[in-house]
Design a protein around this ligand. Structure first.
Ligand code: GDP
Ligand code: IMO
Ligand code: MG
Length: 448
């Protein structure tokens, strides 16, 4: 098996971290290919919760190499915090040994964070992602490979400083960057990470030629894609299948599987339209937020909630061509009398079954729902016992009560994508894999 991709099929936070953690024991590389520390990926192992922003979620498999790939924008200071947290947990320092930073990835500097703090429209994570990508597109950004050359050239430093300070002035941010700060920051990055900065595209290509299995870990979600999402309320990178190999430095022919991760409902952090949005202070929207603990992993902001939107999901499938769907957080819907699924929109009196281009039009879409009978709430232990039984008896979805299985079948039918795994709790073990599907794998290698 060559390369597989895990992608968010909604507005982010679908449970990509958990899926990567489950697949990583069967892979020798896990690669982030876009985005930066706007991502927050969670892995739950019993009482231990690991939140990752840039380190790939394969970190929990000690035999899995980790790459922060070409297409990323990387905050070296946040990475240092993440690496320290991982050391505290595992006693391991993976940088330069099994964790590598692409020479081609762009550096997020304090300037980018300051500039991003002026955002009033999108509701960004404030991590400097958009400004770092903007510098890259303008061809003035600094990649990891560029640092020695910039440090050695006083003119390059001066021109960076004057550009940065001018831009901070234009968005009325008071702080300024000094020559001394920029030099010291770049030198620190070089000293701290010189062992880890590598031509990672070449390394991954070599691994593939040697028959190794690669996992490409998406960040954000399809509706946040710069080209295909709810522009301008999007992130600054291409998050879908088309950029997974490119951002990792390999070609698309290597891809065998592409998994879309979707919650059994929808959430969104930040601004922008979400047609099936519910109110957060009462009813099913409040239920989803409370039972699903819907707070942003990166910023802690409350996530907006709504019913599953098949039109948005099919739009994501159009550009990423999922070979399998992972439906997460189905447990969260337990205890609701009714479960709704959006199967169309009404826009200006017309019934439509596509996702409009303009954010204003998406915001005016009135969802058309089909309604299903709910199923009872279960405790975390009851759900895990169901998953354990599914594994022990090798019965796949037959371990689920009929009411739960019916919802899964309906999502599969409406989306046209085979559901390969169903999440029924945050824990690594709290998933029921389709029998014989890609997630139906006993763990084979030592894992953290
Ligand atoms: P990511 O950004 O796609 O990796 O997702 P996040 O980690 O930001 O958010 C997903 C949240 O849902 C995390 O708190 C996970 O621990 C949790 N989670 C993942 N899958 C499930 C599931 O099947 N059920 C429940 N209840 N929680 C889940
Ligand atoms: P993961 O990988 C959810 C959202 C922000 C904002 C918009 C633009 O954990 O799923 P940015 O800082 O990227 O310029 O913000 O995108 N956003 C996310 N929402 N999950 C994420 O990542 C996100 N990354 C960015 O809230 O609306
Ligand atoms: Mg997240």
């Amino acid at each position: 098996m060559p390369a597989s991709i895990v992608l968010g099929a909604q507005w982010g936070d679908e449970g990509k971290g958990k899926a990567i953690d489950q697949l990583a024991p069967h892979s020798s590389w896990a690669v982030r290919f876009q985005g930066g520390n706007n991502a927050g990926h969670t892995i739950v192992l019993g009482n231990t919760t690991i939140k990752l922003h840039q380190i790939p979620s394969g970190v929990t498999s000690m035999d899995c190499n980790l790459v922060l790939g070409d297409g990323m924008v990387i905050d070296p200071w946040v990475l240092e915090e993440e690496l320290d947290r991982w050391y505290g947990l595992s006693g391991e320092r993976p940088e330069g040994k099994r964790l590598f930073i692409s020479e081609r990835a762009s550096v997020i500097l304090p300037f980018h964070r300051l500039y991003d703090s002026a955002d009033k429209v999108v509701g960004t994570t404030g991590r400097g992602i958009g400004p770092a990508y903007r510098d890259r597109i303008e061809r003035v950004g600094i990649r990891f490979a560029d640092i020695p050359g910039v440090l050695a050239d006083e003119k390059k430093i001066e021109s960076q400083i004057s550009r940065m300070n001018h831009q901070l002035n234009t968005v009325k941010v008071d702080q300024q960057i000094s020559v001394g700060d920029l030099k010291a920051n770049l030198q620190w990055i070089l000293d701290r990470y010189s062992d880890a900065i590598k031509p990672t595209g070449l390394m991954i290509d070599m691994a593939l030629r040697n028959g190794e299995q690669i996992l490409l870990e998406g960040a954000q979600g399809a509706m946040l894609d710069i080209d295909q999402g709810t522009y301008p309320f999007v992130t600054s990178s291409v998050v879908g299948r088309a950029n997974a190999t490119h951002g990792a430095g390999i070609h698309p022919g290597w891809i065998e599987e592409c998994f879309g991760i979707t919650k059994a409902y929808v959430t969104r952090v930040g601004n922008g339209p979400m047609p099936t949005e519910l109110v957060l202070d009462a009813g099913p929207g409040e239920h989803m937020a409370r039972i699903g603990h819907e707070y942003g992993t990166t910023t802690g902001r409350p996530r907006r909630t709504g019913w599953l939107d098949i039109i948005a999901l099919k739009d994501a499938h159009r550009t990423s061509g999922y070979t399998g769907l992972v439906v997460t957080k189905l447990d969260v819907l337990g205890g609701l009398d009714e479960i709704k699924i959006c199967v169309g929109y009404e826009l200006d009196g017309k019934h439509i079954t596509y996702f409009p281009t303009l954010a204003e039009d998406i915001a005016r879409c009135i969802p058309i729902y089909e309604t299903h009978q709910g199923f009872p709430a279960l405790s975390d232990e009851e759900w895990i016992a169901m998953a354990d039984r599914s594994r022990a008896e090798e019965i796949g979805y037959a371990a689920m009560p009929e009411g739960v299985r019916n919802i899964v079948k309906r999502i599969e039918y409406l989306s046209g994508i085979p559901v390969v795994s169903v999440g029924i709790g945050p824990d690594r073990r709290a998933s029921i894999a389709k029998k014989g599907g890609a997630f139906d794998n006993p763990e084979t290698k030592a894992s953290f």
